[in-house]
Design a binder for this molecule. Sequence first.
Ligand SMILES: [Zn+2]
Length: 396
Amino acid sequence: MGEKTTDLSGLQTKNIEKLIKNRLFFIIIHVLLEIFAMAQSLSDLNDLYGLPKPLNDLNNLHGLSKIPSGSFNGLPISELDLSKFPELRKIGFDCFKKLCSMQELRLPTEINEILSGSFSNCTSLVSLDLSEYPDYEIVSFDCFTKAWSLRELNLGPHVKEINSGAFCECTSLQSLDLSNCTSLENISFDTFKHAHSLREIIFPGNSRIKTINSSSFCSCTSLRKLDLSNCVELDEISFDIFQNAWSLRELILGPNIKEIRSGAFRNCTSLVRLRIPASVQKISSDTFSGCTQLEEVIFEGDTEVDPKAFQNCPGLAKRVFPRKRLPGCRYGKYSEIKSSLRFELGESGATCGISFEEFQEDSDIVVLPCGHAYFEEAFHEWILKRKICPTCRVEL
Ligand SMILES: [Zn+2]
């Protein structure tokens, strides 16, 4: 009996082993079949939605709401008209990526989503008008990255976000008119980075932009002028945002910027003059380093400036100081405002009551409400310590 039992248990073990082997065999077969089916369905998709077929077979797109990701990736297509598929709403990832010959593309106006990378490396695409797509709100990541020929781009009033890298390396884009984009709130990281030909960007008159993230205009080496004065909701100039924008000469900051972050204007070697609005509370280290032509920074308020903010700015050594303009005082050149000076002692010439040096016609002076006048720079140093007129001691 004992032997039989042993035999039986041996048999059971063998059976179990066999069973496991069979199961394993079936599982492997099943997985292989699944993989095969998946590959089959993928190749079906490719067949259906365009890959090896000429354009006139795109009729298979009828009734479809989404073009599968990568559908046209790398095809030798020069013209693509998808406007006859009104059911289309969504364009998958990398959909038109590397369509190096495509010059013209028409999409149905019902489109509401174009996923990331869709037009990246479309190196022949010259213009694209997305202004008539009322439901298109987000320009996704890397959407137009390396669209080297793109010269004209129109975005509509419904666009709310331009995501990171969207126009990175669009080296032919010379002008970007966002004046229609009244809903635009966010411009993300690296958005226009290396857009070497970009000369101007026009923001809408009543801009709702809240954030422009770091490196957005980094290495936009042709950008000459940027006017952010309409961006009243913008409260920060981000890291490295204009770094290496070598041609930037004119920059107008928004009226509610609170902080300028490190590296923001690093190596902006054409920047000569800059006005810092009173709203700016802090300028971080390295912000203007390497701005070799910078001569004048005018502070309109009490901004906290990091000691390393102006490294390697050889032209600026003497001129950086926050100038708080006191209400009731007149500021200007001596030649322009000397009529408002009042000399209580009568005989003394036009001299500064702090340094006792004579004013020259082009001296920057300040005339206090009491009529006493001082060199603006000397008075600024004084007022940081005592809020009274140095001569008559009247409170300011
Ligand atoms: Zn006085």
